[in-house]
Design a binder for this molecule. Structure first.
Ligand code: NDP
Ligand code: 8X3
Length: 257
């Protein structure tokens, strides 16, 4: 169904975005892969070419930069313009500080990436989708868009915003054939915590040792499920958690051995 269709995945250089790229490649999609770390995208593109024969178009892109986002989408070669699926995945957290002790730059980075970056990309890509009256926007939200945890203040606010934007976009697109989905994971083992703690692995590693976390492939398979439903079906929101994590504050410390 999706063979030779085009998917644009933001944040494809790591974790969930990279896993989505692999899953889409396995289905025969052509992939526009975006992230700041272009070398990683080049390596991934080469792997996907060897493994699946995937055609890729790479965008070295900081989603926070609106002009770059617009230029990148407007500058797509003719053969890469008809984007069928947009996965808004690029995102990050910084720190776990109490709000009254928080760092302004961390807040800017999270808001500019998780909310504004998602808006810039969506605005740019949706123009073509609306003209063609087809497409599917899949936002990667979070359990943090449903619940809030201590120190998660601004990160959780950005993911609540993603949830609101997903709902708002769906309303704005009623009457079109464009689908809008949100896939909202609990704890997934990626570079997320290393980024949150700025490379401090003493803080980041234990995050994934309390119980078996989700893996990026679990989320990619869910995204693929959403993308491969028949056209009359729109999966609106999937909340997907590790089996031991009932809520952000209610998990079983089973360990991972
Ligand atoms: P990773 O840190 O492994 O991956 C994050 C990706 O986002 C990287 O590819 C990074 O690419 C990209 N990115 C970050 N900032 C920018 C930017 N300014 N411009 C372009 N790309 C950017 O983390 P995850 O895979 O876990 O995170 C992916 C998404 O999943 C995020 O939205 C996150 O909030 C969400 N999420 C994660 C969960 C988890 O427990 N891991 C749970 C729920 C949701 P590069 O640095 O090369 O630009
Ligand atoms: C990432 C998951 O629980 O660290 O969105 O907020 S959590």
């Amino acid at each position: 169904m999706l063979k030779n269709k085009i998917a644009l995945v933001t944040g494809a250089s790591s974790g969930i975005g990279l896993a989505c790229a692999r899953s889409f490649a396995g289905e025969g999609l052509r992939l526009i892969l975006a992230a700041r770390r272009i070398k990683r995208l080049e390596n991934l593109a080469s792997e996907l070419k060897d493994e699946f024969g995937t055609e890729t178009h790479l965008l070295e892109l900081d989603v926070r930069d609106r002009e770059s986002v617009n230029a990148a989408v407007e500058g797509l070669p003719e053969a890469w313009r008809d984007i069928e699926i947009l996965v808004n995945n690029a995102g990050l957290s910084r720190g776990l500080d109490k709000l009254h002790e928080g760092y302004y730059l961390d807040w800017d980075e999270m808001i500019d990436t998780n909310i504004k970056g998602l808006l810039w990309i969506s605005r740019a890509v949706l123009q073509g989708m609306v003209e063609r009256d087809r497409g599917h926007v899949i936002n990667i939200g979070s359990i943090a868009g449903h619940q809030v945890y201590a120190g998660g203040n601004v990160y959780c606010a950005t993911k609540h915003a993603v949830g609101a934007l997903t709902q708002g976009l769906r309303l704005d697109l009623v009457g079109t054939k464009i689908r809008v989905s949100s896939v909202d994971p609990g704890l997934v083992q990626t570079e997320f915590s290393e980024v949150r703690f700025r490379g401090d692995t003493d803080k980041a590693d234990p995050v994934y040792q309390n119980f078996p976390p989700l893996q990026a492939i679990d989320i990619a398979e869910t995204v693929l499920f959403c993308a491969t439903r028949p056209p009359h079906v729109n999966i609106q929101d999937v909340l997907i958690m590790p089996q031991d994590q009932a809520a952000v504050y209610a998990s079983h410390p089973r360990g991972t051995d």
